[in-house]
Design a protein around this ligand. Sequence first.
Ligand code: FE
Length: 197
Amino acid sequence: MTRRRFLVTSFLILPQVELAGSFFELKIFAATRELETTPSCGGADGVTPQQTAGPFFKPRSPERKSLLEADIRGSRIILEGLVRSTKCQPIHNALIDFWQADANGDYDNSGFRLRGYQLTDGAGRYRLDTIVPGVYPGRTRHIHVRVQAPNGPLLTTQLYFPGETENRRDGIFNPKLLMAVNDSANVKAASFDFVLR
Ligand code: FE
C-alpha cells in the first residue's frame, strides 16, 4: 500500500469509526499527520537493500523493456515501478538491468535470454515485460536487478514474490524486497519502487 493510498484509506475509514468516539478519531488523525511529514522513500530505512549479484550476472545485456521471445515459455508478468532518491525525487535515465532464470530455473549463460536493461523515463518509471522465473535448488523465486542513477553508486539487489513457501527457507530473502503482485488478471502485474541512496 502506498503512503498516499494509506492516507486516503485512513480518511475514508474515519467517519465510520463512530463507536470508538471522537478521541480515538483524533488520535488516528494525529498519527496520520505524523506519517505525512515523513516521506515514504526517505531515511536510511527507505533505501532499497543491497543483495548479492550471484554467479549469473553478465555485463552488456541488450537494451529492451520486454524479455519475451517467441520460444520462451512461462507465465507472463509485467513489472512496473519508480526509481526515486531518498528525497523522493523521481530519477530520470536511471539504468535498470534485469536478469533472471527461465521457467525451468535455468539462466542463459551463453546468450542474453531473459536479460535486458532499460532507462527510466522522465517520471522515473520503468516497465518490464517478462515471465515468472522458475525456482532452482537452494533459492526462492527471484529476479536479479542492478539499478544506477546517472553518475550514482550501483545498487545490486533481487526482487521477491509474495506467498512463496521457499521465502522462509531462503537465507538471503529480504521481505523489504517483496514485489506487490496482483495475479487476478490474465497477465500478472507486479510493482516495486526502488529508492537509491
Ligand atoms: Fe538467481
